[in-house]
Design a protein around this ligand. Sequence first.
Ligand SMILES: NC(=O)c1ncn([C@@H]2O[C@H](COP(=O)(O)O)[C@@H](O)[C@H]2O)c1NC=O
Length: 510
Amino acid sequence: MTKRALLSVSDKQGLTAFAQGLVALDYQLVSTGGTKKALEAANIPVMGIEDVTGFPEMLDGRVKTLHPNVHAGLLARRDVPAHMAQLKDAGITPIDLVVVNLYPFKATIQQPDVTQAEAIEQIDIGGPSMLRSAAKNFAAVLPVVDPADYADLLTALQTDTVTPAFRQNLAAKVFQHTAAYDALIAQYLTTETYPEKLTLTYDKKQALRYGENSHQTATFYENALPTPFSITGAKQLHGKELSYNNIKDADAALRMVSEYAQPAVVAMKHMNPCGVGLGETLESAWDKAYAADSISIFGGIIAVNRPVDVATAQKMHELFLEIIIAPSFDDEAYAVLAKKKNLRLMTVDFNQAHTADGFETISVGGGLLRQAVDQKIETPADFTVVTKQQPTTEQLKALAFGQQVVKHVKSNAIVVTTTDRTLGVGSGQMNRIDSTKIAIDKAMQQPGYEQAILASDAFFPMDDCVEYAAQHGIRVIVQPGGSIRDQDSIAMADKYGIAMVTTGVRHFRH
Ligand SMILES: NC(=O)c1ncn([C@@H]2O[C@H](COP(=O)(O)O)[C@@H](O)[C@H]2O)c1NC=O
């Protein structure tokens, strides 16, 4: 018996070959205006949708297929005699296959200067309706939304191997597609930051070999609306496939390095910076980041905010590194670094830094948490000196640098720095004094320690950290303040004649 296929596609790639295949399989084709024209141009026999609905297309195409003759033909259960009898009584022919892809709403809203009126015209109504009707009735109707499925479907039809699982898979794809389509529309129209229904939509970017550990499965998804300045938007030029942990570390490194105006190098290990250096040139910034912790940088993820030059590349090449992410690599630098076949070299467009996500989302059991990214950066103008001793101008500069580093370190976070490099990083301890000891004990082995400052991501709950710092030669401290025992810490600083400033801003990072 002749079967009926309804074709209504915006993206006409692969259409005619597929339609020819359907005709060869004895399908009668029905189409909307543009699709019909494309088929007729290829001499493929096709009936106009108006011959099915009995109505011309209306309202500039807003109503073409929204008609019982279409939807009853799609939704009637073939295994329910009453349904088939109703179709017969109403003179409606069942539709067995639907090929629809939608108005390009996403591409439209990505165009610069698109108006809301233009965007709204690209909200497809009839297409999703047909897809959903067909997908609901997938037991009898084949719903096809993706041109990539045309070939497999034709083969399955030709070989009579359309299984229930194949049908279900097509239906699932339809509902994924229409849900994602609607999610984008909802996002586009939503003005609240934290709406009642959070309809984020992501596309699979790449399957990962494994997750955090080799016994865990994992996949990398990207936002349906691309974020050029992000680890997701970064381009891998060379090296082994990224791992789950690589992606997280590179993300953290990139976010951090993007905060600096002058040449900067961030070396990230296990989500904490082990070395951060600023310089007049990238090479001098590298020297400082490397010297900060020449042991931990081994296997590190490096993010830099200037093109990698050959001199810096040669120094990087001496080490085992996992990733270097940069605005670009000079040809010679690339040649040096690409000698290591596994080293991942990645670029990201720093001119697109304004596109960086302003919000971050993490999953927790049964839900997720969403917050504004901690974009706050304190300068000396934000500092209140709370001790008798005043910091020098040079020390204020170092305090600002330390403060900007410490907010990227896992809490409890303490860093010891100069004006342009870290000397010691104490991260992720369950109490502040342990982080203080780690940071100071590392920093004491470094040249430049005499000028070092100490920065704390949160207030000192008691005076022990200040005491330890003072007894180990630290002369100036920055911390948010706000503890009920602030006065103890201030008194301790005064006892040792050291300077302390407060910022009023906590920078936990969990
Ligand atoms: N209004 C309708 O009844 C309707 N029916 C189908 N469409 C869409 O029209 C497009 C195809 O149009 P054409 O064949 O004229 O190029 C497809 O993307 C399809 O999803 C419609 N358009 C928008 O809702």
